[in-house]
Design a protein around this ligand. Structure first.
Ligand SMILES: NC(=O)c1ccc[n+]([C@@H]2O[C@H](COP(=O)([O-])OP(=O)(O)OC[C@H]3O[C@@H](n4cnc5c(N)ncnc54)[C@H](O)[C@@H]3O)[C@@H](O)[C@H]2O)c1
Length: 280
């Protein structure tokens, strides 16, 4: 299968890594070549680490990297069988992109969006062929976390859903099919739960370390909620909370004031060097 990945940021680079490692010729498209190169450098670093740890041979790594090509031209995706979009989380930008992809790709290609919180149906409706549009929601970091939510939009065909599911399975992932509902499966549950944890910090006067200690030791979570929000990124979590709140209206979905404040101060978690914890 030939795969296109549009957007080579955090998620796109991870998805492209999954794709080339699974043996697919993969074209990564960015708005500027330097950004695509940055995505490739991330993949090189991760695969380099896999070689160091003995999980992958050097030849295997070189072959995987050899399957990746980079472009700024959408036209280079015209012969892809599957295109996975991982650009900014903005409905208009995604609709515009899907309109273009629908025009230039083969009619039997499946077009997938990695959106976290937008409606896959609204993205699909921008195309002339919404039956070939599905959601493929990877989790960060995409090469590490096994789950991929395969989202069936209102008019997605069973064939398109199955193609996305089979592709994820063959790439070693654990896909799960679901309907196009706000937050799909995991975020619908996890976002209000994490927001509750953040509110309890102030309500019960608990520090982040103790909150994480409580949830790992008392609820068996593999990682504490504050460490998890830092890993996800405060801005990403706030944005996803706002989107879910706008759609479902439950007060628990709204981002807690404390997170909004942290975002305004640039404390975005691991990626900025400081969130609930400091990272050097
Ligand atoms: N970060 C996460 O934890 C996470 C998890 C699951 C899903 N998502 C979703 O994945 C998508 C991407 O998120 P991210 O965190 O990787 O963002 P990011 O900002 O790291 O990357 C987005 C990239 O898309 C590029 N881009 C923008 N418009 C483009 C276009 N028209 N063509 C090609 N490239 C374009 C940008 O230059 C940028 O490099 C979003 O929809 C987000 O909601 C994110």
């Amino acid at each position: 299968m030939k795969v296109g990945v549009v957007g080579m940021g955090t998620m796109g680079a991870g998805i492209a890594q999954v794709s080339v490692t699974a043996g697919h010729e993969t074209v990564g498209r960015e708005v500027e070549l330097a950004l695509a190169e940055r995505g490739r450098a991330t993949i090189e670093r991760y695969l380099g680490r896999a070689v160091e740890k003995g999980r992958m041979g050097e030849g295997e790594r070189d072959q995987a990297l050899g399957r990746l090509s980079l472009t700024t031209s959408l036209d280079d995706l015209d012969d892809c069988d599957l295109v996975i979009e991982a650009i900014v989380e903005e409905l208009d930008a995604k609709r515009e992109l899907f309109r273009e992809l629908d025009r230039l790709t083969r009619g039997d290609a499946v077009l997938a969006t990695n959106t976290s919180a937008l409606s896959v149906t609204e993205i699909a409706e921008a195309t002339q062929h919404p039956e070939r549009v599905v959601g493929m929601h990877f989790f960060n970091p995409a090469p590490v976390l096994p789950l991929v939510e395969i989202v069936k939009a209102e008019r997605s065909s069973d064939d398109a859903v199955q193609t996305a599911y089979d592709w994820a399975m063959a790439a070693g992932k654990q896909p799960v099919k679901c309907n196009d509902t706000p937050g799909f499966i995991v975020n619908r549950i996890l976002i209000p739960l994490l927001n509750d944890c953040v509110r309890v910090l102030d309500e019960a006067s608990v520090g982040p370390e103790d909150m994480d200690k409580a949830m790992t030791n008392g609820a068996g979570w593999p990682m504490g909620p504050c460490a998890l929000v830092d890993l996800v990124g405060i801005d990403i979590h706030v944005h996803a909370s706002e989107a879910l709140h706008a759609k479902l209206g439950e007060p628990r979905m709204a981002p807690p004031e404390r997170l909004v404040q942290m975002q305004a101060e640039g404390k975005l978690g691991r990626k900025s060097g400081e969130g609930f914890y400091r990272y050097d």
